[in-house]
Design a protein around this ligand. Sequence first.
Ligand code: TRH
Length: 366
Amino acid sequence: MLWDLYCRVVDNHGDVGVCWRLATALAALGQQVRLIIDDASALAWMAPHGQPGVTVLPWAAPPVTGDVVVEAFGCDLPTAAVEQLHKTVQRQQPAPVWINLEHLSAEPYVERSHGLPSPQPGGLVKWFFYPGFTARTGGLLREADLLTAQSRFDRMAWLAGRHITLLPAERVVSLFCYDNPRLAELIQALAEVPTLLLVAPGPAQQRVAALPRARSTEALPPRRSTAALPKHVRTVALPWLTQQDFDHLLWAADINFVRGEDSLVRGLWAGKPLVWQAYAQQDGAHHRKVQALIEQFAPAALPAAVQALWRGWNGAPGVAIDLQTLAPGEVSSDWSAAAQSLRNRLLLQPDLASQLLRFVMAKRVA
Ligand code: TRH
């Protein structure tokens, strides 16, 4: 089938990131995809080699509507595309299927809303498709060869390929986050053990670059919350990596700090202890999202101290970042166990692209 996947880049990189992964996942299932996008610039670093089966087009309705029209994150199709869809539905059997791909959340409304129709003017129907963490959702994007690729991954070779040498007993922490005033506090917490902090571009790099470099921990003022970079933390500012290499970064790290939607999913597949920063919403709705995701770890619950770390990192009022949480020990082995247990459960779900394909096939014959 021919898929028209419409994407508007609202902010950051998740809109294009999710759409590109979906496009390539559909192509891997033998589908033809036109990714129609208003700003494809990030694809230059995210996916510089493109993908057979995926064509990237500028934001305009192609002359002929595809078999499936996917509107990512309610991006509102160009008017001409909706007009075209109306005409095609009247004259073509099976008619094109119109999907609204929604944002990822672990909140309960997702199960209630997944797969519901939204009647549109002129008798058209748009179907809500929700990614999610349970069997009553559309699942998560995942490649068929993910486990094989992970089992072949050589962490030391990957680090060496980026000219990064690990010191004895040093752990690796990756950091991809929104601007976060607690970063200096976090770095102090990480300094409990020798840590190599691999910092993604954006606000994290800006904040780290602004920290004064301490020559040694002894030279630091006595207050733990000082904003200097302690001697046990070495930082490397990474360039923008391809999506595939971004996965490698997450597989190479011992702890991952991820954000938004797509890097969260990739962090979950990495199966390492992770901390998620949700996209902050003015009304504080992101705190509910964080809590809902924390609850997905049950029955292998995240240790309480890690839950507090997640809340503190997301700016929950009155929650301090517990410096001990990031020290190795029992909490971190429970933390690893929780991450692996959730990953194993999620691996049992069919992936999002396969579920979407099945959903569309069912709507075409209905
Ligand atoms: O960039 P994000 O914050 O994206 C957004 C926002 O949360 C936004 O509100 C939401 O609407 C949207 O997601 C869906 O975080 P995210 O989702 O993790 O997207 C980042 C993408 O960038 C992801 O596909 C991974 C990719 N990436 C690379 O390919 N290389 C890199 O070096 C890095 C740091 C990221």
